[in-house]
Write a protein that binds this ligand. Structure first.
Ligand code: MTE
Ligand code: HPA
Ligand code: MOS
Length: 749
């Protein structure tokens, strides 16, 4: 089935927050950001701005009737800075004016006197000074310290991986207006409508039932709107309530880049030990996560880095400790992979370094250490239906890795100024929120009198195609045509207490809830049909809009059945509730079974480096991905391609850079380079691993949103291998992204 949004997207008819027709009297809010990263607020004078014609108000912390607090996991983040500022770009005030131009003009009339203090932007430095957001976490299995004795080879090193700008096409934004009796409606570009509702209710000092959050779709989220849409929704809500006028707050691109957090940069130290047979016996590492100025989702992201710290390998003795460091940068946040990619980059770096020292290709070490059935992850979960080996073997059978390696070697002998490099990137990614309580969802399904169907769930459509998948689930479960089904907006009044659409689990959780609701409705309708057809309800089934009795078509259609049921006063609405069975995890002991299942896959990447200029391109990316039994292969392939490009961008060209005072330098698309059509590998192929898929996945179709991003990590090592082919003196280092400048330096180092 085609993505149901495809036509409205390409014809420009899809509605984003800024496309909502505005109500009469709408005002526009613009944020006044802190000009410094760290300091004490001496004075904030907004009177000059307030005096300006067309300015309705300038709101600051003192205008908040409830709590000046929007922190999700830890209450450490004010909506507006009070007493001190902790990052450059931190909101100090919101100017609300009759139009955006006036509001922007008014910004220049605000006087902020801030006593500047020293800013810390580096995670290791923050760690040294004891600046942590939360206490450190450690995952361990076996006995690392005694295991070194069994190792023939021990290799140590350090890594750095950079931040990443989400660059959703639709920037952060929200539109809020009062309904009657103090009821507030917020239209927000958020992945987490309940988080917006809860934070707004706290800021406004009203119960959650007064706040209704409604989301049509997002022009991309990628994790950047799991937590960080909240601030702008709360600002619009605050202004709307205060002024009793509709208020829109939409960030300009440069403000969005400057004020919002990104993927966390990580620094790390590792030590890896292998035996004679190249089995990895021990792995010890310390991660320093650059969390920024508030916790945001950092603690959960830190955990996922630990969950994925050994990627798709079985390592009997591991000990990994992770620090979430508080720095004076915008609070870093969720980004596709949620800390998993950072943890995996460190593991792959350790393998690459060991491979270099032992003079074997990394793929030999990788293959020897793949997880096998019933191996234990370092968090206690037993690995079942492990498909990593199968993916690799199918990849090898299809494209023959040794042949590709020989081609690369031959090319490198023949060519002096261009070199190629091959890297393999395996991925194993756990599916479920690692916080147990978040693994739940609800769906509200209405069958209307005419036989058409409306479904509401907690899922947010952000381009990943979840609405199409939900529609498929409803149409398939009810056995009616897809044209009869409509997916409604995501709304906290219709479906409440929802988890954000994140952790790649949107389709699983909300699809299962939809399936449950539809099955309940079917059972009810079967009883009605049994009455009409004078049969036992157990003999009744529904297929392709017909009622069947003992598998044979009767004269009763879906439409007639629904009509009769309604006249008979049968309830045609149902709510389904789904909670992922079994999953649990104890943070204290770092043991449990946090994931419903794992997604697997392998990629082979061939990079081509121009050894005069340092530029590179990708000749091939060949992937075998385990989709389970994909319910929509077009959408899923689109997720693989998009995630791959995003992962490659993170590893190769996207360089978030701040100056020593915590000011973002890469604050626009002229200074922050993202992959474009020219970055697409010349030959990009992905084949699905033939598989049945797990029961916990919706229609046995595995979650696909995040896992393929991590194939992009291979890009770093493919380029690195090409550099080594040119410059045998280059000692591999691990400092992503591998920009063209860095390549050039390493070619001639
Ligand atoms: N694909 C598009 N086009 N846009 C997005 O914002 N977000 C990704 C992924 N794919 C995203 C996307 C992230 S971070 C997640 S967690 C999943 O989609 C969320 O959706 P799902 O749970 O329905 O897969
Ligand atoms: N993934 C994504 N988002 C989350 C998670 C997770 O595991 N936990 C809390 N928010
Ligand atoms: Mo995705 S980072 O879990 O929103």
């Amino acid at each position: 089935m085609k993505n149901i949004d495809s036509i409205s997207h390409v014809t420009g008819r899809s509605l984003y927050v800024d496309d909502i027709p505005v109500r009469t009297g709408t005002l526009y809010g613009v944020v006044f950001p802190s000009p410094t990263a760290h300091g004490r607020i001496i004075r904030l004078d907004t009177s000059g701005a307030e005096a300006l014609d067309g300015v309705a108000a300038v709101l600051t912390a003192s205008d908040i009737p409830g709590k000046n607090q929007i922190g999700g996991i830890v209450p450490d983040e004010p909506l507006f800075a009070e007493e001190k500022v902790v990052f450059n770009g931190q909101p100090l005030a919101l100017v609300v004016a009759r139009d955006e131009h006036t509001a922007r003009k008014a910004l220049r009339h605000i006087r902020a006197e801030i006593e500047e203090m020293e800013a810390v932007t580096d995670a290791r430095e923050a760690h040294q000074r004891g600046m942590l957001l939360v206490p450190p976490s450690t995952f361990r299995m076996g006995e690392v310290e005694t295991a070194w004795d069994q190792c023939e080879h021990i290799v140590e090193g350090s890594t750095e991986s950079g931040g990443q700008e989400h660059l959703y096409i639709e920037t952060q934004g929200s539109y809020a207006y009062m309904m009657e009796n103090g009821h507030l409606k917020i239209r927000s570009s958020t992945q987490g409508p309940t988080h917006v509702q809860k934070a707004a209710s706290g800021v406004l000092g009203v119960p959650m039932h007064r706040v209704e959050v409604d989301v049509t779709r997002l022009g991309g989220g990628f994790g950047g709107k799991e937590d960080q849409a909240t601030a702008y929704a709360c600002m619009a809500a605050l202004a709307a309530q205060k002024l009793n006028r509709p208020v829109k707050v939409i960030l300009h691109r440069m403000d969005d880049m400057r004020m919002t957090g990104k993927r966390h940069p990580y620094s790390a130290d590792f030590k890896i030990g292998l035996n004679k047979e190249l089995k990895i016996i021990a792995y010890k590492a310390t991660f320093y996560q650059n969390g920024g100025a508030a916790a945001d989702l950092s603690p959960a992201i830190l955990d996922r880095s630990l969950f994925h710290s050994t990627n798709s390998y079985f390592i009997p003795n591991t000990e990994v400790t992770a620090y979430s460091c508080r720095t004076h940068l915008p609070p870093n946040t969720a980004f596709r992979g949620f800390g998993g990619p950072q943890g995996m980059f460190i593991m792959e770096s350790a393998i690459a370094k060991a491979a270099h020292q032992l003079k074997v290709p990394a793929r030999v070490i990788q293959q020897k250490n793949f997880l096998r059935e019933n191996d234990r992850f370092q968090y206690g979960q037993v690995a079942r239906n492990v498909n990593i080996g199968k993916c690799f073997r199918l990849m090898d059978k299809t494209w023959q890795m040794e042949k590709i390696a020989e081609e690369v070697a031959r090319f490198n002998v023949k060519n002096e100024t261009e070199k190629k490099g091959l890297a393999i990137m395996p991925v194993c990614f756990g599916i479920s929120f690692t916080n147990r309580s978040m693994n739940q969802a609800r769906a509200l399904v209405h069958i209307y009198q005419d036989g058409s169907v409306g479904i509401s769930t907690a899922a947010i459509e952000m381009g990943q195609g979840v609405n199409t998948k939900l529609l498929q689930v409803a149409a398939q479960t009810l056995s009616i045509s897809a044209e009869r089904v409509k997916v409604e907006t995501t709304n906290t009044t219709r479906v409440s207490n929802t988890s954000p659409t994140a952790a790649s689990s949107g389709a699983d959780l909300n699809g299962k809830a939809t399936e449950i609701a539809c099955n309940q409705l079917i059972n009810r309708l079967r009883k009605t049909a049994a009455g009409i057809l004078k049969a036992d309800w157990k003999q009744i089934s529904l297929k392709d809009e017909w009622v069947l009795v003992e598998g044979r078509r009767s004269k009763l259609t879906w439409e007639e059945l629904v009509k009769t049921a309604h006249l008979d006063r049968v309830c045609l609405s149902e709510q389904g509730h789904y909670a992922t069975p079994l999953v649990h995890f104890d943070r204290e002991t770092a043991r449990g079974e946090p994931f419903a299942y794992h997604a697997y896959g392998t990629a082979a990447l061939v990079a081509r480096v121009d050894c005069i200029r340092g530029n590179y391109s990708f000749d091939k990316v060949l992937i075998v991905h385990d989709f389970g039994n994909s319910m929509n292969i077009d959408i899923d392939m689109g997720q693989v391609e998009g995630a791959l490009a995003q992962g490659m961008g993170w590893m190769t060209m996207e360089e978030v850079s701040y100056d020593a005072k915590g000011r973002l330098l890469s604050n626009s698309l002229s200074t922050y380079k993202v992959p474009d059509i020219y970055s697409v590998p010349a030959d990009l192929q992905c084949i699905p691993l033939p598989a049945r898929g797990p029961k916990a996945a919706i229609l046995r179709s595995k979650a696909v949103g995040e896992p393929p991003l991590m194939y992009g990590i291979g890009a770093y090592f493919a380029i690195q291998n090409a550099i080594m082919a040119f410059n045998p003196d280059y000692e591999p280092d691990f400092n992503a992204p591998m920009t063209a400048e860095k390549v050039l330096m390493r070619l001639y180092a």
